[in-house]
Design a protein around this ligand. Sequence first.
Ligand code: FES
Length: 71
Amino acid sequence: MYICLCEPVTDRDIRTAVQSGCRSVREVAGRLGCCRDCGRCVRAAREVVEAARVEFNAIRVADDRAAQCAA
Ligand code: FES
């Protein structure tokens, strides 16, 4: 789904940016170019960033636990 229409950016693009290290809308905007024109997408982009951060943190914790169990 498109989150930003001024600079065509999807929720998948934002999730990928978070997965590769972006931690805020500002960082995502810097990488993807979204959220810098009319600003209507900032709230939706923030929701995607926050959800992705929670998801990827949970995956990271699960991976760490699996690695500890395997050690
Ligand atoms: S919709 Fe994203 S800056 Fe306009």
